[in-house]
Design a protein. Structure first.
Length: 242
């Protein structure tokens, strides 16, 4: 006795259900991606004119140690030599790149990853929007978000945020709190030597002391002092000095 044949409609129904589910998943994923892009654009545009009340790292450190010191100041209230010292120490070609320093990245790769290649713009994106640590997901987001930030913000605004959210000591964030903590002065009154010493601690704020530097750190500070004068003389400070 021959078995009854299944109808084509019965056979195709599961296939159509799977295809329909796949289309819905793709639509949801596309909408989620659009929503994420819109959120990134919105928060980046917002921080172009509004100062962030905190950062993910600052918030985490405050929870960990019971509070942090930070006093927001405009870049106009920071000694110009302090601004130049930070650029000389962390990103001497700040005015010449669009957020990613390709030359520095190539040099870092050639050195086997033993040297850093993050620009000030990348550090701002990491500090303001993302999280700490050497995570490839974070680095990928940082690499995409940095050119967007450079396109929407001025170089001067990028430096203003950097100077206010960078960590200078355990629980001390921003140049105003750092100037008060280390030297008992306002950021506007920092001398060239004090500015160079503050810039010197940035790569390792918990391991370096601007007020009591070692001999090696004094030499590094002297190099930053020279670098700040050099970028002013050769025009590499033009994009952020009014």
């Amino acid at each position: 006795m021959a078995k009854p044949r299944k109808s084509r409609k019965m056979t195709d129904a599961p296939t159509r259900a799977v295809q329909s589910l796949g289309r819905r998943v793709r639509r949801w994923a596309f909408r989620a991606l659009l929503g994420l892009i819109a959120a990134v654009l919105m928060v980046t545009l917002l921080y172009k004119i509004i100062n962030p009340p905190t950062t993910p790292y600052m918030f985490a450190e405050g929870r960990r140690i019971g509070g942090v010191a930070q006093d927001w100041v405009s870049i106009e209230a920071v000694s110009p030599v302090m601004v130049r010292s930070v650029v000389a120490a962390e990103d001497a070609n700040f005015c010449l790149h669009w957020g990613l320093d390709v030359t520095a990245i190539r040099a870092a790769l050639a050195a086997g990853g033993d040297r850093g290649a993050s620009t000030i713009s990348q550090q701002v994106v990491k500090n303001v929007f993302l999280w700490q640590g050497r995570n490839w997901t974070r680095k990928a987001l940082e690499a995409v978000w940095t050119p967007l930030t450079e396109a929407l913000w001025s170089k001067r605004r990028i430096l203003e945020l950097y100077l206010n959210v960078a960590e200078f000591d355990r629980g001390v964030f921003g140049v105003q709190a750092a100037a008060q903590s280390y030297f008992g002065v306002d950021a506007a009154d920092l001398t060239p030597v004090q500015a160079a010493r503050l810039a010197m601690v940035l790569p390792d704020p918990k391991g370096r002391d601007a007020a009591r530097p070692t001999d090696a750190q004094r030499r590094r500070s002297a190099s930053i002092l020279d670098g700040a004068a050099t970028i002013r003389a050769d025009g590499r400070a033009a994009c952020f000095e009014s």
